[in-house]
Design a protein around this ligand. Structure first.
Ligand code: S3P
Length: 446
């Protein structure tokens, strides 16, 4: 294990230029999993080559899929067929990735194999009961560490029992885990989601030829998948990740004079809440050349510096921007007036407790942030720099690391993050992109 890599970003001039963001993380995971279950060769362009997605690739390989990255950066996958996953020889190391873990637990649950999952210190603290509960109802068996955490072992079953499951938390990971278990389960497996969450699994599974229906009802969306499915290989272009783009939307908004273009940003409505929230705050974000890439809406985003005002973030935006709250809290720290974001208690069980981590981090930098069980209230500087001058604990959380690095772009004294390594889970080129926009990066002593 390498040692921590403290980092500080700063900006002495406006951010300018045209950048691209890496492929969408959620879609990248799903591309490898679904292609890994299809019979024949799928090709994936624009895959996010971050550690989380590479953990999914390694796991699918360990269960029999043939996954190769060409020199042309196109990934070619020959799948095993639904029902064809092989018993892996060793435990699957999921690193930092909750999405890999929960979705793969779903896949394994309806195959007659036994699989152990391990992860890093952050992932080993995260709750897995949310997937263990429905997957147990389908017949899988689990031996987990105390508190239903990793390391854990899944004993899958084939055939599994189809269930109808109402999501108790708004979670695309839980929804997807049940649907993926349903792929190899005879009959109709249903998930009822009272609050809509990202719908990449539904869109992509249909694209791969699964029999999947979505019905809007007063109780919510009912998603039904009929197994045993046969998936056909696909050619996939992964759009840019709006969660990665969010850091630059905030950066350009808070650094005076900035004017940037972010190319190829996925704007699926179940993901684009941050654009809505920032625009409500007064951000100058223009969608240019709106188009469709691989069945997902995409646009280039021109973002110019603008004075921001505090808002009450509409609670209905929570699921469509759940990963963007750390970045939003940074934007709010520079707004005029108070921003209140509530209804987001899920933030406490992400890669870190993101409410606590951001409250501690921003307070250390001189921002006025008050913590709630389900969110925070922040009174901003009205565009003035933050005092800064702090070293931030990032708790193995890439989004805390990137958000606080961005906060450093408008601070009187440097803001250092204690460890930039977790950034590689989702955004290996983050620092290069910052410097391409004109920011300065400094790698610091521990
Ligand atoms: C994801 C779902 C979300 C999100 C995560 C990716 C997915 O998690 O936070 O980064 O790809 O399905 P939850 O399902 O826990 O909300």
């Amino acid at each position: 294990m390498q040692s921590p890599r403290p980092l500080s970003l700063s900006a002495h001039s406006p951010l300018t230029g045209t950048i691209t963001v890496p492929g969408d993380k959620s879609i990248s995971h799903r591309s490898l999993m679904f292609a890994g279950l299809a019979v024949g060769e799928s090709r994936i362009t624009g895959l996010l080559e971050g550690e989380d997605v590479l953990a999914t690739a390694a796991a699918m390989r360990a269960m029999g899929a043939d996954i190769v990255r060409g020199d042309d950066t196109v990934w070619r996958v020959h799948g095993v067929g639904v029902g064809g996953l092989l018993q892996p020889q060793t435990a699957l190391d999921m690193g930092n990735s909750g999405t890999s873990t929960r979705l793969l637990m779903g896949l394994v649950a309806s195959h007659a194999i036994t699989v152990s999952f391990t992860g890093d210190a952050s992932l080993s603290k995260r709750p897995m009961d949310r997937v263990i509960t429905p997957l147990s109802q389908m017949g899988a068996e689990f031996t987990a560490s105390p508190g239903n955490r990793l390391p854990l072992m899944v004993r899958g079953i084939a055939p599994a029992v189809p269930i109808t499951y109402t999501l108790p938390v708004a979670s695309a990971q839980v929804k997807s885990a049940v649907l993926l278990a349903g792929l190899n389960t005879p009959g109709a497996t249903r998930v009822i989601e009272p609050v809509p969450t990202r719908d990449h699994s539904e869109r992509m599974l249909r694209g791969f030829g699964a029999d999947l229906t979505v019905e809007e009802t007063p109780e919510g969306r009912i998603i039904a998948i009929t197994g045993e499915a046969e998936l056909k290989p696909q050619t996939i272009t992964v759009p840019g990740d709006p969660s990665s783009a969010a850091f630059w939307m905030v950066a350009a908004s808070i650094v005076p004079g900035s004017d940037i273009l972010i190319r190829n940003v996925g704007l699926n409505a179940t993901r684009s809440g941050i654009v809505t929230a920032l625009k409500m705050m007064g951000a100058d974000i223009e969608e240019v050349d709106a188009r469709d890439v691989g069945g997902e809406p995409v646009a280039d985003l021109r973002v110019r510096h603008a004075p921001l005002s505090g808002i009450e973030v509409p609670p209905e935006l929570v699921p469509s921007m759940i990963d963007e709250y750390p970045a939003l809290f940074v934007a709010a720290s520079f707004a005029q007036g108070r921003t209140v974001a509530r209804g987001a208690e899920e933030l406490r069980v992400k890669e870190s407790d993101r409410i606590a981590a951001m409250a501690t981090a921003l307070q250390a930098c001189g921002a006025a942030i008050e913590e709630y069980p389900d969110g925070a209230a922040i009174t901003g500087t009205g565009g003035e720099p933050l005092p800064g001058g702090a070293r931030i604990e990032t708790h193995l959380d890439h989004r805390i690391a990137m958000s606080m690095a961005i906060a450093g772009l408008n601070a009187k004294s440097a803001i250092a993050i204690d460890d930039a390594r977790p950034i590689a889970t989702s955004y290996p080129d983050f620092v290069d992109t910052a410097t391409a926009l004109g920011a300065h990066s400094a790698w610091l002593n521990q």
